[in-house]
Design a protein around this ligand. Structure first.
Ligand code: PEP
Ligand code: MN
Length: 263
C-alpha cells in the first residue's frame, strides 16, 4: 500500500487544506514541548511570522528519563489547539499510547508517531484507523526497509495517509545527537508514493546546524520540514540546545525560501 509499484503517482496529503507532497515545501514549527499557554501562543506567533503552516508541540513526551518533564497531556493539547487556531495554523503532535488515540485525534490535524515507537506495531495499526494523516518518524536505529514496513502497518486500514519524517539515526558519531540521513529523502521518494519531510532539529541536536541541514533538506527534494523553535531556548523544558530563537528561525526561513524558489 505504501510502495510506488502499487501506486505510481505521488500521494498529496491534504491536511485540512494544507497540501504536503504537491511540490511545495511545507514547514511545521514549534517547541519540543508545550509548556504553557503563553509559551505556546508566542511559539505559534513566531511560527506564523516565519511562514510555517503547521504548529508542532509535544503534550505526551517520550523522555529518556522518567524523572524528566513528561508533558502537559490533555491540557497541553487544548492550549496548543487554541494557539494554533488563533494564528491560523494546523497542529501536529505525538501519540505515544493507544489509550490516548481519541484525545490526540480530537485536538490535532496530523498525528506524530515518534522514533521510539516506529515499531510499536499495535500503535501503528491503531493510528492508521483514525483517518488522520500520520507523521511517521524514522526509528532511532531504523533501516529504510523497517521504516517502510512500519508505514505499511499505518496504511493497512487504508484510512490514514503517511508522511515520512527523517529525524536522524544513531551511529558512532558523537558530534551530533543523531546522524541526519539525507539520502533517505530520495530513497523514500523512489520507493514510496507518500511524502517525506526532514527534521533537522532532532537530526543534529545542535541549533546552529539546523539551518544548514534545513537548506540541505530542500536540496535533497524533501516535501517540507519539522523544526523546533522556542521563544527562549535557554530555558526550554526540553530540547533547548537544538531549538531556534525567533531571529535564527526567521533567518532560516529566508534562506530556505530562496532555495525553494530555485528548485
Ligand atoms: C520530538 O519530535 O520532539 C521527538 C521526541 O522526536 P523523535 O521521536 O524523533 O525523537
Ligand atoms: Mn524534541
Amino acid at each position: 500500500l505504501t510502495s510506488r509499484e502499487f501506486h505510481p503517482d505521488d500521494t498529496i496529503v491534504d491536511v485540512d487544506g494544507v497540501k504536503i507532497g504537491d511540490g511545495s515545501f511545507v514547514t511545521m514549527a514549534g517547541p519540543c514541548s508545550v509548556e504553557g499557554l503563553d509559551q505556546i501562543r508566542e511559539s505559534a506567533r513566531m511560527a506564523k511570522a516565519g511562514g510555517a503552516k503547521i504548529l508542532r508541540g509535544g503534550a505526551f513526551k517520550p523522555r529518556t528519563s522518567p524523572y524528566a518533564f513528561q508533558g502537559l497531556e490533555e491540557e497541553g493539547l487544548k492550549i496548543m489547539r487554541q494557539a494554533a487556531d488563533e494564528f491560523g495554523l494546523k497542529v501536529i503532535t505525538e501519540l505515544m499510547d493507544e489509550a490516548h488515540v481519541d484525545v490526540v485525534a480530537e485536538y490535532s490535524d496530523i498525528i506524530q508517531i515518534g522514533a521510539r515507537n516506529m515499531q510499536n506495531f499495535k500503535l501503528l495499526a491503531t493510528v492508521g484507523k483514525t483517518g488522520k494523516p500520520v507523521g511517521l518518524k524514522r526509528g532511532i536505529s531504523g533501516t529504510i526497509d523497517e521504516w517502510l514496513n512500519a508505514a505499511e502497518y499505518v496504511a493497512f486500514a487504508e484510512k490514514s495517509p503517511v508522511i515520512f519524517i527523517e529525524r536522524g539515526i544513531r551511529t558512532y558519531e558523537t558530534a551530533t545527537r543523531n546522524t541526519f540521513d539525507l539520502s533517505a529523502v530520495p530513497i523514500i521518494k523512489k520507493l514510496s508514493h507518500f511524502p517525506i519531510i526532514v527534521d533537522p532539529s532532532h537530526g543534529t541536536g545542535v541549533w546552529d546546524l539546523v539551518t544548514p541541514m534545513a537548506r540541505a533538506g530542500v536540496a535533497a527534494g524533501a516535501d517540507g520540514m519539522i523544526v523546533e523553535i522556542h521563544p527562549d531556548p535557554a530555558n526550554a523544558w526540553s530540547d533547548g540546545p537544538q531549538s531556534l530563537n525567533e531571529k535564527n528561525y526567521l533567518n532560516m526561513m529566508k534562506e530556505v525560501n530562496v532555495l525553494v524558489k530555485a528548485m
